[in-house]
Design a protein around this ligand. Structure first.
Ligand SMILES: NC(=O)c1ccc[n+]([C@@H]2O[C@H](COP(=O)([O-])OP(=O)(O)OC[C@H]3O[C@@H](n4cnc5c(N)ncnc54)[C@H](O)[C@@H]3O)[C@@H](O)[C@H]2O)c1
Length: 320
């Protein structure tokens, strides 16, 4: 069993490194001693997510759209492809960009890895399971995705990315790994990105009603970003090809999540029920047996602790 979270990478390329997960990943890689080149077009990420990293030796920021080009000055030994709009509000606003990033961007990142004989890690998603007919979802489940629904630009781009990654490994022998991330939250999320945790926290801190969709009985499992990043690096360090689920199996209803945010933030906000989006999954919970058995990985941060830290960050630094 491999429990080491680093393979002593010398130079990592992180596409989407100025985004929420990517910026935490860049920081963790720098902490492990790697040089990091972050490639980002700032379509949904923010320069301020990596401002502190620019002070650190070995960190380089390149502004580019990876669907068009992936300009990297020196060969990496690992390429982590995280560029992609991820929140429904973003990918519904940027449908073609999302599909091009998931297809052409993934091809360009795979080609870079192949040319440099680098390890390649694809950030896939639990959204490839769609509105699942099996709960919890393990990696053998094929999913239930509407190919022409509003969410398809994201779900199908990620499914295509997984297929392309698999074909690259089979055809060229590229050293690939697919990580399927489930809902992740933490500092540096944008308060208006439309995802449940930052929306609830922003609303609770502003004393506004927390907007819960439908009757709030739909479930998600939320994983703190520190746990997610540790899981990604463990999968990268391991020789596994995946796909491997990285997520917190503690399932919670949206209504209970909203109540927890209200309690932890000491807010007197009320809950307001609003219309549920089309094709919104009813349940979402990872089976993490594979990550546990092969990587020795499991989440360590409880929802209470992770939400407390996230609320504290939003109080200090989050946008209103
Ligand atoms: N956060 C989650 O809960 C979650 C869950 C599952 C999968 N993921 C995956 O993890 C990755 C990061 O998600 P996130 O939550 O940090 O989202 P994010 O929107 O905060 O970050 C995405 C980053 O990619 C950049 N980007 C987008 N298209 C690009 C392009 N064509 N060229 C260069 N840069 C581009 C954006 O500017 C942004 O900095 C995504 O691939 C997403 O699908 C995230």
């Amino acid at each position: 069993m491999t429990t080491s979270s680093s393979r002593n990478w010398k130079h990592a390329v992180v596409t989407g490194g100025a985004g929420f997960v990517g910026s935490h990943l860049c920081a963790a890689l720098l902490d492990s001693g790697a040089d990091v080149t972050c490639v980002d077009d700032f379509s949904t990420g923010r320069p301020e997510n990596v401002t502190a990293l620019l002070e650190r030796p070995g960190f380089r920021l390149v502004q580019a759209n990876v669907a068009e080009e992936l300009p990297v000055a020196r060969p990496p030994d690992v390429v982590l492809h995280f560029a992609s709009p991820a929140s429904p509000a973003d990918y519904l606003r940027l449908p073609l960009h999302t599909m091009e990033t998931g297809s052409l961007g993934t091809r360009n990142a795979l080609e870079l890895a192949r040319a440099c004989e680098a390890r390649f890690v694809l950030a896939s998603t639990s959204e490839i399971y769609g509105d699942p007919l099996q709960n919890p979802q393990d990696e053998r489940y094929w999913g239930n995705v509407n190919p022409v629904g509003p969410r398809s630009v994201y779900d199908e781009a990620k499914r295509f990315g997984e297929a392309l990654t698999t074909a690259h490994a089979d055809t060229h022998g590229t050293d690939t790994c697919i990580v399927r991330l489930f809902n992740t939250y933490g500092p540096r999320m944008r308060g208006h990105d439309g995802r449940a945790v930052p929306t609830f926290v922003r609303q609770a801190l502003a004393g506004e009603p927390l907007t819960v969709t439908g009757d709030g009985h739909q479930t998600r499992s939320v994983c703190h970003v520190d746990d997610t990043v540790r899981g990604i690096l463990a999968a990268a360090a391991h020789g596994m090809r995946g796909p491997v689920n990285i997520g917190n199996p503690h399932e919670i209803t949206m209504l209970d999540l909203a109540r927890l945010v209200i309690a932890l933030s000491g807010s007197d906000s009320e809950i307001r029920f609003i219309e549920r989006p089309v094709d919104d999954p009813a349940v979402r919970c990872p089976d993490i047996t594979l990550a546990h058995d092969k990587l020795g990985w499991e989440p360590r941060v409880s929802a209470e602790e992770g939400l407390r830290r996230t609320i504290a960050w939003f109080r200090e630094e989050g946008e209103g």
